[in-house]
Design a protein around this ligand. Sequence first.
Ligand code: PGA
Length: 217
Amino acid sequence: MNPLIIANWKCNPETLEEAQELFFSIKEDIKNKDIVICPPSIFLPSLICEGVNFGAQNCFWEEKGAYTGEISPQMIKSIGCDYVIIGHSERRTIFHESNEDIKKKVRKAQMAGLIPVVCIGESEDQDTFEVIEEQIKDIGRDVILAYEPLWAIGTGENASLEKVKEVREFLKDRKVLYGGSVNSQNAKDYLEITDGLLIGGASLNAGEFIKIILCDI
Ligand code: PGA
């Protein structure tokens, strides 16, 4: 099975023009590969094209209705996305999403035909396995998990390979990606012990992102 590489652009770049520029500088290198681009949802319709996989960075748990500001899994699917990131630590900490909220989102995303990429991981003062156990409880097996310890996200401090191996082992036959300060220098090491990568900061730099993709060949 080929590793999956997911680019999480988060709330970047600032304008549609910049998003198009970034996308067009990676487009030919990511076509027809196991790579998923997750730009801000508002840019998706302007970027979606044949041969490239797209995902949203979040979704709501209802199909439609009076929920100002929310985007449903059906809407995401209908514009041509196949994936959705759910429960990113920034959603959990800044927007106070609970494991219960995340479970509802996962269920509804699956019902809409999306593949959920569920982010899990501990903060510095927490026990990794206790936290993960709770985060994956009742979430079902049909999801991709992204292990992203909070202290490794955007900090330049990676989780050790031993730690990622332990988590991989703990999650056994599930599909597990690693995320947290992945760059072109360390991507290969993590690819060897996981099923793929979730990349934030380094996916905003076309040259760096292409180097990461090339590690995988
Ligand atoms: P990072 O982010 O690669 O910038 O650490 C990863 C993520 O938050 O998904």
